[in-house]
Write a protein that binds this ligand. Sequence first.
Ligand code: PFF
Ligand code: NA
Length: 452
Amino acid sequence: MEDRSQWGTRLGFLLAAMGSAIGLGNIWRFPATAYANGGGAFFIPYLFALITAGIPMLIMEYTIGHKYRSSAPRSFKRISKGMEWLGWWQVAISFIISTYYPVIVAWAVMYAYFSIGQTWGNDPEGFFAVDFLQVSEAGVFGSMVPTVLYPLLAIWIIVFIILFRGVKKGIELANKIFIPLLILSFLLIVIRAVTLPGALAGLDAFFAPDWSTIRDGSVWVAAYGQIFFSLSIAFAIMITFSSYLPKKSDITNNAFITGFANSSFELLAGIGVFAALGFMSSQIGEPISDVVRSGVGLAFMVFPAIISEMPASGFFGVLFFGSLVLAGLSSMVSISETYIAGIQEKFNFSRRTSVIIGTGAAAILSLFFANQGGLNLLDTVDYFINNYGVALVGLFEVLAIGWFARELKALQSHANGVSDIMIGTWWRFSIAVITPAVLGYMMLQNLRTDMM
Ligand code: PFF
Ligand code: NA
C-alpha cells in the first residue's frame, strides 16, 4: 500500500476545495454574467444548474477521488483501463491554465501597488491597454517583460513552496490563511461599496429580474457554464483533492458545503461589484449598462476608475487587488496540484521531484503570456479551453460514468457508505441524463456560433 498524503482536518479539505472554487470567476465573471442573463431572474436557472449539475458532479468527483485514492488519470484508469486518457486530458487543461492564470495574478499584484498612488491617472483604460500592456511603444516601463516578471516570479516561488511542503503542511495551511483573509478583505470592500452614494441604483440594476430571459436557451447554457467553471469541475482538481481524504470522511455533505460556499461568495461579489458600478455611474453620469464589464476589463479598467473616485482609495485599491491575488493564488495551487499528483503516480517520482518538474515547466511556459501580446494569446486559449476543452471533457466524464463504465450505482453506494446525506435517484438522473444533455447542447451551440 502506498503511503498517501492526507488532509489534517475536515475543515482543511473544505477550505482547500473552496480555495479552488472561489476565484476570479466569482469576482469578475459571475456579476456580469448574471446581469446579462436576466439579473434577478438568472437565479432560477443558476440555482437549477447548481442542484442538477454542480453539486451532483462535485459529489461524483469527490467520490471518485475518495474511492480510488488517486489523482484523475489513475482514478479513471482504476474505473476502466480505457479511461486513463480522460484524466490526462483534464490534467492537460489544468496545466495549460496554470501557464496563464499566474500572469493575471501578477497583474493584480502590480495593480495593488499602482492603487497606492493611482498610477493609472485619469485614463485607466488607456493606461492598461497601452502603458501597461504595450509599454515598449509607450516607453513607460521600457519593456513589459521585466516589470511583470518580478511578481510572476514571486507567485511561482510561493506556489512552489506551498506545493513542495505537501498536502497538509502546504496546501491545507496556505488555504487556512488565504481563505479567511480573502473573506475578510472582500467583506470590507463590499461593506464600503454598498455604503457609497449610488450603490442602491447599482443593486437595483443587478437584482431587477427580466423574466422573459427564462425561456431563452442561451441563458440556461450561461447558468450551467458558470456553475461548471466556478466549481472547478472537470479540471481533475476535485478528484485529486478528495483522494487525500481519510477513509472515513463525509462526501455528500462536503459537496453541499463547497457548492453553497462558492455560490455565497458569488452573490457577495455580485453585490459588491454592482454597488461599486452604481457608485461609478452616479459619479460620471453614465448609465450602469454602459459601465458594466466582465473579466480583465472589469478588474483592470473599470475598477481602477472606481477606486480613484473612492474616499481612502489607496486602501480599498490594495484590498480589491489583494483579494484578486488571494483568490487567484489558491486556485493556482489547486490546478497545479493536478499534474503534480498525476506525474508523481505515473512515474513513481517523489512528490518533491514532481513539484520541481511540474511547476518548473509551467513557470517557463508562463513567460510567453507575460510578454507583449500575451493578452490576446490568453484570450484565445481561455476561450477554447472553456468552450471546448472543459465542456467536452465534462461530457465524456458523465457519459463514461453514467453509461459506458456503468459506475453510477457503485459510486452511489460508496458515497452513501460514508456520508450524512444519502443520494439516490436525483443524483443518478442528474449525472446520467441532465448533465450530459446540457453539456451536449452547449457544445453544439458553441460550434454553431463559431461556424457562423
Ligand atoms: N473555480 C475558479 C473560479 O471560479 O474562479 C476558476 C478555476 C480555477 C477554474 C482553477 C479552473 C481551475 F482549474
Ligand atoms: Na468559483
